[in-house]
Structures are given as structure tokens and as C-alpha cells.
Design a protein around this ligand. Structure first.
Ligand code: B12
Ligand code: SF4
Length: 488
């Protein structure tokens, strides 16, 4: 008997939506950078043969109108939402609108909030919650939707409603082999819409500080276990590099010259990073790069940094976190203030700019703020950013702290941008916001482009000024995102 071929999956109209931000802190950040919705490129590549549209609502001044227009014109069979925890309310509200207007459309949610806090998405307007790396399950999810089946039993998928598996939701999703990931599609958005302020020790005269930027993933995960970070949970404390050739093939296809790596730690696997650098060099790929790493990695492998500097690495994000060894130890950072400073000096000597990221705490009083301020003022030119310590959804720490949150339940997710303190602050919230804003703006102004008097095109100078103002105001007004009785 001839083998029967499986029935082809009926082609679907699939809309993939990234919600708009609401918090002024995030809107301020977006003045400096909005990076590609790479997750959707991976999904579309994992289940080909369908008609995909990507709607990135971060790019619209009137996101609701853009969403309405897309639903009306495209009439999707499937809508997939992604989102961070601060976007949880937006996801639920947009999903509700789809449910009311297109009752036959299947609604799927994936991404960080779905992975870390799936119970928050156990709602009637959602048909499936996909956790972890989407490509593992996406084609099965799409096939089930296309055939009108339900989603029970698909790996890493939870089904809202009576069948919601609260036990499965307690564990972290299954890991994915990077070699099994497809090459992400980039034809679903305009690469020129995505940008990042470009940090560098030096830029050519009149070079733009807001170039079009692509986001590329060379690896994900991290073997370390800093107590404030969710990555070790997401990655089972392993670092997973992609095949070097797959990364280089992707780099070669990019239409932009600037690449922001989305890895958690780009250089922690020395052999992989070295091999990747050599292959980039061998293929003659000429791009500028920005990456994330630890100071201890820089100190352990300065020659690797030098190599990357030679092939185009302009800047590195390093979590300095705290300015005191006891705090670093308490957070299991496995680093010291000296190690951070040494890495900064090493990289500056190689003309690689450091983005030093600090964490401050809601318990900070005036003295603590002043201590941090003096430390940052005394640093050599670097790009500095600040977040506020907040427990991460999905971790045990989050559950421990939750009873002490100043805003209850789902509202706490709305504030989860690592800039809004979730516990009561020592200073009144309004004063906390003002001091946070001052720290943030002073940090931005330490950029070497300022001290080196980089001459950017006039439109960029204006844009930087507007972004600075918007970012500063976002922090200054942060207290307004809380109930009024908490402000003073
Ligand atoms: C790169 C990155 C950024 C970039 C932005 C990336 C972008 N495109 O916008 C920058 C540096 C700007 C950034 C900023 C922030 N980030 Co960030 N970021 C990351 C990082 C390191 C990688 C994310 C990424 O893009 N990976 C590559 C893509 C391909 O993978 P992915 O998003 O995981 O998608 C896969 C799956 O999740 C799934 N999937 C995703 N969506 C969907 C949808 C469907 C329908 C399905 C089926 C599957 C699916 O499939 C995808 C492909 O496998 C993660 C840490 C991590 N390990 O993930 C933190 C992380 C996502 N960031 C986080 C946070 C908190 C922030 C900020 C709020 C921090 C801040 N104060 O600045 C801001 C918010 C920015 C904003 N505009 O909202 C948290 C989110 C936690 C949470 N529960 O919300 C993370 C997990 C870091 C952490 N340590 O906690 N970030
Ligand atoms: S080194 Fe970075 S990515 Fe790794 S656990 Fe610590 S903070 Fe997270």
C-alpha cells in the first residue's frame, strides 16, 4: 500500500503582536532604543507556509488605532502575543478585544511573562500559554489551531480554564537545543525602524548616534546564579551557544551595520566566543557590535576582548550592580568592586566603552544615594544605567516578597520594569523618584561621546536632548504610577 502523506496544514493568517508600553520609565528608555521583535522572526521561521504579519505597537503613536486597523483589515485566524511582565495588562486587554471582535480567532500568548508568571494569563480570552523557546512548540500549536483542535499535551504549553495545570506551571519549561533553532525571518518588519543609541569611545565625525540596529542572538543562558536574576532559572544555569556557522550566516544576511547581541553573557564560553570571532574575521563580516558580559569574564580573558575589539566590538554592558563588596556577595554576584573597576580600565584601554549597570534599592536613604552618586561621579567616562532591585516573577523570592508589595496582585506586574520599587521605600516615593532621576541623568551624561565632544548630525543632537529629557522625566514622575496615598 502506498504510504499516505499527512494532510497538509491549512494556511493560516497569523498576527504576531508586541504590545505598547505604558510606564513613562519605559517610554523614556524607548527614546534611546527599540530593538527588533526577534522572537517573532523565530516563530515565523519555525512554522512556515502561513501568512504572517508582525504588529509592533511600540512603534506607533496611537497603538490602539493601529491594532484596530490591523484586526479589521487582516482578520487573523491566530493572534500571538509576546510581552514582558510590565506589559501583562496590555496583553490581557488586547486579547480581550480580539476575543470580542473575532470570536473564532485562536489567541496564544508566549514570551517572558508567559514563561515566568503563566497563572496571570490563565484567562478566558487566552487559548494557550506557550512557555520557553517558542520554536519547540509553535508549529504544533499552529497546526492544532488550524485543525480546530485544542492545545492540551503540547510540550511547554498550558491551557487556560478548567484544564489549567497549576503543577506544571510551577516548574520551568523544557530546555531547547540551539542547533534546532531556525534562522529568524527578518522580512516581517522594516529593519530601519529599530535603533539604539550607539555607545562608543570614539565615533567618526558626524556619525549618527542613533544608527539602525539589528538584534542577534549568539547564545542564551548563564551558568552563574546571581540571586536577583531570572536567567539561571530560565536556562537551568547553562550557557547554550548556537552553532558558529548559523550565527555567521545570520550576520551576513543583515541589512544593517550595527548589531546588538541579545545574549545574557556573550563571552562566558571562551572557546565559542573565540571561534565565533575568528569565523567573523575569516568571512570578512564587517559590523559594529554591542554585547553583554561579566567583569570577571573580561578579567579572565582580556585577549578575547581585544580580539572582539579588532573585529568591531564598540561597547559592553557589564552588571556592576553594587558599589560595595558585601552587597555583591549577598547577591551571589561572584564579583567585586575591584574586579568591576579593573574590567572598566582594561576595556577603556582597548577603546571599548563600558555600559556600567547599577542596582539601587528601595531602602536607600539620602546617604546611600549620595554614596552612589559620588562613586559614579568619580568613574572614568562610561555609560551608566540604574535599575531598582525588584524580585523577579516566577522565582521563590518573588513569592516571599509578594505579601510586602505596596501594590497588590496583578498591579505589581504592571510595575515590573525593574525601575519601580515594589516594596515600601525608605524615602517618600516622590523624593525617591527625584533622587533616582538625578542619578539616572548624571549617569547618562558620563558617556565618553560627551567628554570626547563627538560631533553628531544636528538632528541627532536634538534627538539626544529630547531622549535625555524624556528619560529623566520618566523617573521623576515614577511615583505617579502608584496610588496617590503612597506618594509622600
Ligand atoms: C535583549 C533584552 C532586552 C533588550 C530589548 C529586546 C527587545 N527586542 O525589545 C533591552 C536591552 C532593550 C531590554 C530592555 C528591558 N528588559 Co530585557 N532582556 C533582554 C534579554 C537579555 C533577551 C531577550 C530577547 O530578546 N531574546 C531573544 C528572543 C529571540 O528571545 P525571547 O524574547 O526569549 O523569545 C523567545 C521565547 O520567549 C518565545 N516567545 C517570545 N514571545 C513569544 C510569543 C509567542 C506567541 C510564542 C509562542 C513564543 C514566544 O519564543 C522566542 C523564540 O525562541 C532577556 C533575558 C533573556 N534571557 O531572555 C531580558 C529580559 C527579557 N528583560 C527584562 C526586563 C525586565 C527588561 C526591562 C524592563 C529592564 C529595564 N529596566 O531596562 C527593559 C524593558 C524594555 C521594553 N521596551 O519593554 C526581563 C523580563 C522579566 C519579565 N518577567 O518581564 C528579562 C527576562 C531579564 C531579566 N534578567 O529579568 N531587554
Ligand atoms: S552573570 Fe548576569 S546573566 Fe548571569 S546570573 Fe548573573 S546577572 Fe544573570
Amino acid at each position: 500500500m502506498p504510504a499516505t502523506s499527512p494532510r497538509p496544514v491549512p494556511p493560516q493568517k497569523i498576527l504576531l503582536v508586541k504590545p505598547h508600553a505604558r510606564l513613562t520609565t519605559i517610554l523614556g528608555l524607548q527614546r534611546f532604543m527599540v530593538l527588533e521583535p526577534l522572537e517573532f522572526g523565530y516563530l515565523a521561521a519555525a512554522a512556515p507556509g502561513h501568512d504572517y504579519r508582525v504588529l509592533d505597537l511600540r512603534l506607533f503613536r496611537a497603538p490602539q488605532k493601529a491594532f484596530d486597523r490591523m484586526l479589521r483589515r487582516f482578520q487573523p485566524d491566530i493572534v500571538g502575543f509576546t510581552g514582558y511582565s510590565h506589559e501583562a495588562t496590555a496583553i490581557k486587554s488586547l486579547a480581550q478585544q480580539v476575543r470580542e471582535r473575532l470570536p473564532r480567532t485562536r489567541i496564544i500568548v508566549g514570551g517572558h511573562h508567559a514563561t515566568s508568571a503563566p497563572h496571570d494569563l490563565d484567562k478566558p480570552q487566552i487559548d494557550a500559554i506557550v512557555r520557553g523557546e517558542g520554536p519547540i512548540s509553535w508549529s504544533t500549536v499552529v497546526e492544532a489551531a488550524a485543525r480546530g483542535k485544542d492545545f492540551a499535551g503540547i510540550p511547554n504549553v498550558l491551557v487556560p480554564g478548567a484544564g489549567y495545570d497549576a503543577e506544571a506551571a510551577k516548574g520551568w519549561p523544557l530546555a531547547t537545543d540551539p542547533a534546532s533553532m531556525p534562522q529568524p525571518r527578518r522580512d516581517l518588519w522594516d529593519p530601519r525602524s529599530y535603533y539604539s543609541v550607539w555607545a562608543a569611545e570614539k565615533l567618526p565625525r558626524f556619525a549618527s548616534v542613533f544608527p539602525a540596529v539589528s538584534m542577534v542572538r549568539t547564545s542564551w543562558g548563564c551558568p552563574m546564579k546571581c540571586s536577583f536574576c531570572v536567567v539561571p532559572h530560565l536556562s537551568q544555569q547553562t550557557h547554550r551557544p548556537r552553532p558558529v556557522d548559523a550565527v555567521c550566516d545570520e550576520l551576513e544576511q543583515l541589512s544593517t551595520d550595527y548589531v546588538y547581541f541579545s545574549d545574557d553573557e556573550n563571552f562566558i564560553n571562551k572557546d565559542f566566543s573565540w571561534e565565533l570571532a575568528e569565523e567573523i574575521e575569516r568571512r570578512g563580516i564587517r559590523k559594529r557590535y554591542f554585547a553583554w558580559t561579566r567583569s570577571t569574564t573580561v578579567n579572565r580573558s582580556p585577549e578575547l576582548m581585544k580580539k572582539w575589539g579588532q573585529i568591531g566590538l564598540d561597547g559592553i554592558f557589564i552588571g556592576f550592580e553594587f558599589i560595595d563588596d558585601a552587597e555583591l556577595k549577598a547577591a551571589s554576584k561572584a564579583s567585586t568592586v575591584k574586579a568591576n573597576e579593573k574590567a572598566l580600565d582594561t576595556l577603556r584601554a582597548m577603546d571599548i566603552v563600558v555600559h556600567a549597570a547599577f542596582i539601587l534599592r528601595g531602602e536607600y536613604d539620602v546617604d546611600d544615594f549620595e554614596k552612589l552618586r559620588s562613586y559614579v561621579q568619580a568613574m572614568p567616562p562610561s555609560q551608566c544605567s540604574f535599575t531598582c532591585f525588584t524580585p523577579i516573577p516566577g522565582t521563590e523570592e518573588y513569592a516571599d516578597y509578594e505579601p510586602r508589595f505596596v501594590v497588590p496582585g496583578e498591579r505589581a506586574y504592571d510595575l515590573h520594569d525593574c525601575m519601580h520599587p515594589l516594596m515600601k521605600t525608605k524615602l517618600p516615593l516622590r523624593e525617591f523618584s527625584a533622587r533616582f532621576a538625578t542619578q539616572v541623568i548624571e549617569g547618562i551624561h558620563k558617556t565618553p561621546l560627551r567628554s570626547n565632544h563627538h560631533l553628531a548630525p544636528p538632528k541627532d543632537m536634538l534627538r539626544v536632548w529630547q531622549a535625555d529629557r524624556s528619560y529623566y522625566r520618566g523617573f521623576q514622575k515614577l511615583y505617579r504610577d502608584y496610588p496617590r496615598e503612597l506618594w509622600d
